[in-house]
Design a protein around this ligand. Structure first.
Ligand SMILES: [Zn+2]
Ligand SMILES: [Zn+2]
Length: 340
């Protein structure tokens, strides 16, 4: 900043428009060139200061590149580059007046596992791969080595803004070289290629509670990103999906399966065993069971919270021997005679 307009007008940086006006009037009367030719330079200076500070727009513009009042804005451009990574190498230089939620911790990450529906019954421990970003150990997340700090931007001399002439107009815009922060990295950290963080894969074991609902996200505290060493690590959220089952079809909490029983069992009735996600169960087959009869096992479906449990529906199929023995053929002929 070449001139301090506030100092010239003798007002504080947070002076109101009234104070600025009053101070200007007083100084203008004192230094008016009509009264004293020697004060012409001083008078021009006061007027220049007043012209800028009396316009809210010009005043805001003037305040910005100073790097004192509006640090947040200056670093804003650079922060944008890193938005989403949770990484901001210039954070320590920022004015931390207000902490927003995003400032509190590093970013969260999402991981995924699929479990067998049998595991819903009793719960399980599952290995899960977590991909997260960690701050570079070499440069401590800064993106540049300790002995080569960022230098003042050569294009804007550290102001973060440059003036471009377009015809008669002069337009101020964000410096394209430093993105408005006023400094540029001279020599990026070779370990992280200047990113300040590295991608890492960790395999951890998560405890999946029993009776979990499909699509639940389990939170693993502190296993998210840690690209900013000054903030706590983010969390990992593990999405729990259910695998398709080889023998059970799932509709909501209910399960559907098929069971082949021998012809004799269908005719005579009796006990047989059937696989369920809860273990093997003995079922009673009633005499004269027909093909496609359905046996319902209450409470042998998928369990959920609050004592909700689905049912298991078994579609009965009747086995017909493919290569019947001579004895079986004789018996079948006998049955034929009885109209079966
Ligand atoms: Zn610049
Ligand atoms: Zn590094």
């Amino acid at each position: 900043m070449s001139k301090d307009f506030y100092k010239i007008l003798g007002v504080k940086r947070d002076a109101s428009q009234d104070e600025i006006k009053r101070s200007y009037r007083k100084l203008a009367l004192k230094f008016h060139p009509d009264k004293n030719k020697d004060t012409e330079k001083k008078f021009k200076e006061i007027t220049e200061a007043y012209n800028t500070l009396s316009s809210e727009k010009k005043r805001a513009e003037y305040d910005r590149p100073s790097g004192q009042q509006n640090f947040e804005d200056i670093f804003g451009g650079f922060s944008d580059l890193f938005r989403g990574t949770g990484f901001d190498p210039f954070e320590s230089s920022k004015n931390r007046r207000q902490k927003t939620r995003a400032d509190v911790k590093n970013g969260d990450v999402l991981a995924q596992i699929s479990i067998d529906i049998e595991d819903v019954v009793y719960g399980c421990n599952k290995k899960v791969k977590i991909v997260h970003h960690m701050f570079c150990q070499v440069c401590k997340g800064k993106g540049y080595p300790e002995n080569s700090p960022p230098a003042e931007c050569p294009q804007c001399d550290g102001h973060g803004r440059i003036n471009i002439r377009k015809g008669f107009m002069s337009i101020t815009q964000t410096c394209p070289q430093c993105e408005g922060i006023g400094v540029v990295v001279v020599e990026p950290c070779m370990s992280c290629m200047g990113m300040g963080c590295t991608r890492e894969v960790d395999v951890i074991t998560v405890k999946v509670p029993k009776h979990i609902k499909e699509g639940t996200r389990l939170r693993v505290s502190g296993m998210g990103d840690r690209v900013n060493p000054r903030r706590p690590a983010g969390d990992a959220y593990v999405h729990v999906g259910f695998k398709n089952h080889d023998i059970f079809e799932r509709k909501g909490l209910n399960l559907y399966t098929e069971l082949e029983i021998p012809f004799s069992l269908a005719v005579l009735g009796g006990k047989t065993s059937v696989e369920t996600i809860w273990g093997r169960e003995t079922i009673q087959v009633k005499a004269g069971t027909q093909c496609s009869d359905v046996v319902k096992l209450i409470g042998k479906g998928v369990p959920a919270k609050r004592d909700q449990i689905g049912n298991l529906f078994i579609n009965m199929l009747i086995e017909v021997p493919k290569n019947p023995s001579d004895q079986l053929i004789e018996l079948a002929k006998e049955l034929e005679n009885h109209g079966a």
